[in-house]
Design a protein around this ligand. Structure first.
Ligand code: WT7
Length: 649
């Protein structure tokens, strides 16, 4: 964000108090919940008591910085809270999910039906040799089998590790190896914009050579549209296994600190980090935030547009909403297929009341024009959410006016894969919102903005966003790498959790998120590290060196800009440029494909040989160059800029 945007943000004078009729029946109506949150342990303990446990905890928190244990000694199973509890309370016929497939297929799944499917697939997994403590990789599109498979893992105490369906064979292989998964669950393919995207074929490539995977379960989704090969002895059809599976499967008794799942996220050093979440604390964090942030009531229809392959889908499609007994929508497809009215059509059809999406989507909708949402009846909506990156005030206002018809509170929710649940957000029945601000910490969450030395800044100040005390749904470690956990999150400031985000505080104490302070790019809501893309580029035989930066992009938030030096004797050409972009896409997945590649003779480096990405960011962003005095050879930057400007014109 430019200094100008930041300035205009902090002088934002528009504010929106919660509508009176919303407050009337809100789950949180006044400040009292924040008062209760001032004693976090008591606050979270009371929330934990609202859930079902086989055995209560002996102690709420054991904090051995930076390692936390929550609800110590407690025993539970998250699927009991997601499913059995509602069925036993006579709510088995309530719809848990409406599935909306891209080819137009629709199916409603009740809580009772979902529980049966989960128990059956849990037995399938057991039959394939999966035991408590094992890991299972899920590589699926957005179909009902994905939540069924995750819950089936949780039912028997196996940790799921979901790999987003857009990831490449190399990414799958890294994650399968790091997690040492025994079984993988996938589908033949998925539907997107009228085409089939392959899933099983990617798994086949990922599993070539030696692999810890012993069995591969395949969902038939696209069928004849995408014939696949089944490997004798390894690959099995989901529907065949399910046909013979028993639906009797008591929940495994899990310790509060038993691993629930691993979810991989990009790191600056290139190798993805396996973010480890455990059972009890995650359960309490996801259930509580869903209840209060989305203000769920029995008659709501809730739709989060994220993919379950990201943390947003874990916490706010599967676990949080199910624990609250909600009716949700699961959507396969894209917002612009068969046309740009797709999302609004779904809202109208299901009478969606709560809608949760990302700023990158909102900016795309803005670009498509108001005529699309205006064609549909959106009057069922009563609450809107945003997540994934800072929402600029213009997008916030558009969301408020065009989608929310000025009557829906907007919750801009800040959190991370690592935090497991929402950390900073308005509460829709309590907080007066300001366009572009995520407002304040959730009750029981202790955040601060600090300067370089870890000193808290006052109103009007800016710096690093940190979290000061442990919270139930926090990551417990980087899977298999406690050292990396300490180094990444607890070394910048020894007693504070380092989020990696910049943040400003305005005169009213409202928080304004400013994006990543390190070298992670945020492309269309997805975190991609510069190092990851660089190493993909360098893996190509023609590339000597590369530096990758994110430059501002009006729709995606950031676009990937790559600077590449070629090996001696290799000539640059448009063909090579295309080849390199595709090379990155095959290595890392299409989302990581650079928007632009610039061939250059040299990269700007410090005398110690460190590439100065800051300067490249300025060049790519068209900004005036900052300090160049630490450069080994300042002329490099000038010739780069001249070349860049020529290419762009
Ligand atoms: C990073 C975490 C957790 C949801 C999906 C992304 C950015 C997320 C916001 C927001 C400003 C946001 C941050 C954060 N971010 N939500 N409301 N306002 N920035 O999860 O992939 O772990 O990325 O996304 O930079 O650190 P993730």
């Amino acid at each position: 964000m430019s200094e100008e945007t930041i300035k205009s943000l902090l002088t934002e004078e528009r504010s929106f108090p919660p509508p009176a009729d919303f407050v009337k029946r809100a789950n949180a109506k006044d400040e009292s919940i924040y008062e209760e949150g001032k004693n976090p342990e008591a606050f979270w303990e009371n929330r934990a008591k609202e859930l079902t446990w086989f055995k209560p905890w002996d102690k709420v928190l054991e904090w051995d910085l930076p390692f936390s244990k929550w609800f110590v000694g407690g025993k539970t199973n998250i699927t009991v809270n997601c499913l059995d509890r509602h069925v036993e309370a006579g709510r088995g016929d309530k719809v848990a999910f409406y599935f909306e497939g891209e080819p137009g297929d629709r199916k409603a799944w009740t809580y009772a039906e979902l529980l049966t499917e989960v128990k059956k697939f849990a037995n399938v997994l057991k039959g394939l040799g999966v035991e408590k403590g094992d890991r299972v990789t899920l590589y699926l599109g957005m179909t009902i089998e994905l939540p069924i498979a995750m819950l089936a893992c949780a039912r028997i105490g196996a940790a799921h590790t979901i790999v987003f369906g857009g990831f490449s064979p190399d990414s799958i292989r890294d994650r399968v190896e790091d997690s040492q998964s025994k079984v993988v669950v996938t589908a033949d393919g998925g539907w997107r914009r009228g085409n089939v995207v392959p899933l099983k074929a990617n798994i086949d490539k990922a599993l070539e050579g030696s692999t810890p995977i012993q069995k591969c379960v395949v969902v038939k989704r696209t069928g004849d549209a995408l014939p696949i090969e089944m490997q004798e002895g390894r690959d099995l059809w989901w529907h065949e296994l399910m046909a013979d599976a028993s639906d009797d499967c008591p929940p495994e008794e899990m310790d509060a600190e038993d691993l629930l799942f691993i979810l991989y996220t990009s790191g600056t050093t290139g190798k993805p980090k396996g973010i480890a979440h455990t059972t009890g604390g995650y359960m309490v964090g996801a259930a509580t935030t869903t209840k209060y942030v989305f203000d769920l009531h029995d008659d709501d229809i809730y739709w989060c547009t994220a993919d379950i392959g990201w943390i947003t889908g874990h916490s706010y499609i599967t676990y949080g909403p199910l624990m609250n007994g909600a009716t949700g929508v699961i959507f396969e497809g894209a917002p612009n297929f068969p046309d740009k009215g797709r999302f609004w059509d779904i809202i109208q059809h299901y009478k969606v009341t709560i809608f949760y999406t990302a700023p990158t989507a909102i900016r795309a909708f803005m670009g498509w024009g108001t005529e699309w949402p205006e064609k549909y009846d959106l009057s069922s909506l009563r609450l809107l959410g945003s997540v994934g990156e800072p929402i600029n005030p213009e997008a916030w206002m558009w969301y408020h006016e065009v989608i929310g018809h000025e009557k829906c509170p907007i919750v801009d929710t800040w959190w991370q894969t690592e935090t497991g649940a929402i950390m900073i957000t308005p509460l829709p029945g309590v907080t007066t919102t300001k366009p572009g601000s995520a407002c304040r910490a959730f009750p029981g969450i202790d955040v601060a903005v600090v300067d370089e030395d870890g000193k808290e800044v006052g109103p009007g100040g800016g710096g690093f966003l940190v979290i000061k005390s442990p919270w139930p749904s926090m990551l417990r470690t980087v899977y298999g790498d406690d050292e990396r956990y300490k180094q990444v999150y607890w070394s910048r400031f020894p007693h504070l959790y380092f989020t990696g985000d910049g943040c400003k505080v305005d005169e009213d104490g409202y928080l304004w998120l400013m994006g990543r302070v390190d070298d992670i790019m945020l492309v269309a809501g997805h975190n991609i590290s510069t190092a990851e893309v660089e190493s993909a580029l360098v893996s190509h035989e023609t590339v000597a060196e590369s530096a990758v930066v994110g430059r501002p992009d009006p729709v995606k938030g950031q676009a990937i800009s790559a600077f590449v030096t070629l090996k001696q004797g290799v000539d640059s050409s448009d063909e090579l440029l295309k080849e390199l972009r595709n090379h990155v896409a095959t290595k890392l997945g299409p989302i990581a494909k650079p928007a632009e590649i610039h061939f250059t003779a040299d990269l700007p480096k410090t005398r110690s040989g460190k590439i100065m990405r800051r300067l490249l960011r300025d060049i790519a962003g068209g900004k005036t160059l900052g300090d160049t005095t630490t450069l080994a050879d300042p002329s490099v930057v000038e010739s780069l800029r001249a070349q860049y400007e020529k290419q762009e014109s």
